[in-house]
Design a binder for this molecule. Structure first.
Ligand code: SF4
Ligand code: SF4
Length: 443
């Protein structure tokens, strides 16, 4: 089988973001393969765990991928403070005599934004509205490379490594079958240490809110990287619960047009025509025809403006997310954006991780570095059919079928933008809906 077929058959998708199907990404040719190992969301340690424990696999996969896309160079972008990870990667590079470089940089947020990685490695900025391939670059997350390595050995993606932290008895790095409930992941880590909590799935800055009452009916997918348990009154939780009406009222009554949100915006600083203070003004006054609103489509929703910059506690990021949805609904096309020079202040306005964690009030959780390493042995999984960008695969099993871990349970063609789904445990299919497939162990 070819490299692309291996990845397709294993159902690999980008492990660090929205889940772009990897076999589609690697069909292209590029001159530079960049590996995103920055893991910039505070509190997450999953990529570091993978680098420290699977460096040989990761470097092998990088060499294979580099040759597949005919790249001249492969560079891993990583924070210099990840000393153990860098050492493991350097040893693997030496052992394999691999032609892979390491580019290290300071610990700031959002170092792991694809555009920051490109800027750190090349010194250039990706023009606004363009994708890395427009610069002949392919960027992949470091944990995706581990899955690519497994794929070349016919091991499909059936497990997920996740950081479970915050208000939990034993902060842990857990490995669980895909389809394990979030509740079970929290229980595996000793349960929550408080009664009144909600959960963030992903990192504290960009992760999604999950209410406590829904943890039993929400399941691990191929892109779940973090489970953070926080008190219900923590600002990272309350911020995410604001209604768009409330946000709009705030924008019209409390935005003082200080421009701090723009001055610290990493996309603006890379020369993109994105000025969140202008979007706030137009949105606050209900000026839906204002041309400035179109800039919102350039926002990566990193949350700096909302959780770090704004002195008034307003939410430009949530406004941008809302405006983006409205632009799509109304079929308003993207602009041909004109990108400026990189701002002279970019290097001085990177947000140090230490300052960020203090500002968003997570210092007490950040200090826990001594994680437990746990593996789950769940007896029921509910596997989502849509775990990635693109087409939803079609179930190829029936209720009552016996399946083995690694069997294909939902399929699509290699030319489809999507990913195959596999059984993550041995068992019997007990339910199939248009959203998911449930498998129970037979005892
Ligand atoms: S930082 Fe806050 S107050 Fe200042 S312009 Fe932006 S949204 Fe308005
Ligand atoms: S969330 Fe705010 S700071 Fe981040 S890219 Fe969007 S506008 Fe800029």
């Amino acid at each position: 089988m070819s490299f692309i077929e291996d990845i397709y058959k294993a159902g690999v998708v980008g492990a660090g973001g929205a889940g772009f199907p990897t076999h589609i990404k690697y069909k292209a040719n590029a001159t530079h393969l960049m590996i995103n190992a920055a893991e910039c969301e505070p509190l997450l340690f999953t990529d570091q765990y993978n680098m420290e424990n699977y460096a040989d696999d990761i470097i092998s996969a990088i060499s294979l991928a580099k040759s597949e896309i005919n790249a001249d160079k492969a560079t891993i972008g990583i924070k210099s403070k990840y000393i153990k990870s860098i050492s493991a990667l350097q040893n693997a590079i030496k052992k394999q005599n691999a032609d892979v470089d390491i580019c290290s940089f300071d610990s700031y947020y959002p170092a792991g934004d694809e555009q920051s990685i490109i800027n750190e490695i090349t010194g250039e900025a990706l023009p606004a509205g363009k994708i890395p391939l427009d610069m002949k670059i392919i960027v992949s997350n470091v944990s995706t490379m581990k899955n690519i390595y497994d794929a070349t050995r016919n091991i499909p993606v059936t497990e997920k490594c996740i950081t479970v932290t915050g208000e939990v008895v034993c902060p842990s790095i857990i490995t669980v079958p895909i389809g394990t409930s979030i509740k079970e992941c929290i229980n595996l880590s000793g349960g929550s240490s408080i009664e009144d909590y909600d959960v963030i799935i992903g990192g504290p800055m960009m992760g999604k809110l999950l209410l406590k009452e829904n943890i039993g009916t929400t399941f691990v997918t191929k892109t779940t990287g973090g489970i953070i348990i926080l008190p219900k009154d923590h600002k990272l939780i309350t911020r995410r619960k604001q209604s768009i009406e409330h946000i709009k009222n705030q924008a019209s009554s409390a935005c003082i047009q200080c421009t701090f949100c723009t001055e610290l915006c990493p996309r603006y600083l890379k020369g993109h025509p994105l000025k969140p203070h202008k979007i706030m003004k137009a949105f606050g006054f209900g000026d839906i025809t204002n041309e400035n609103l179109k800039q919102a489509s350039l926002c990566c929703e990193c949350g700096i403006c909302e959780l770090y910059s704004c002195p008034m506690g307003l939410s430009p990021r949530m406004v941008n997310a809302h405006v983006k949805i409205e632009l799509r609904k109304n079929n308003i096309p993207r602009e041909n954006y004109i990108t400026d020079e990189i701002h002279d202040m970019l290097i001085y306005r990177k947000i140090p991780t230490s300052r960020l964690i203090s500002k968003i009030d997570i210092e007490k959780y950040y200090k826990i570095h001594d994680f437990n390493i746990l593996k789950s042995d769940t007896d029921t999984v509910t596997i989502m059919l849509s775990q990635h960008i693109g087409k939803v695969p079609t179930p190829v099993v029936n209720v009552g079928d016996t399946v083995k871990k690694g069997d294909v349970i939902a399929d699509l063609s290699i030319d489809d933008m999507g990913a195959i789904i596999h059984a993550s445990i041995d068992g019997k299919v007990t339910e199939i809906t248009n959203k998911d497939i449930t498998i129970k162990k037979v005892i």
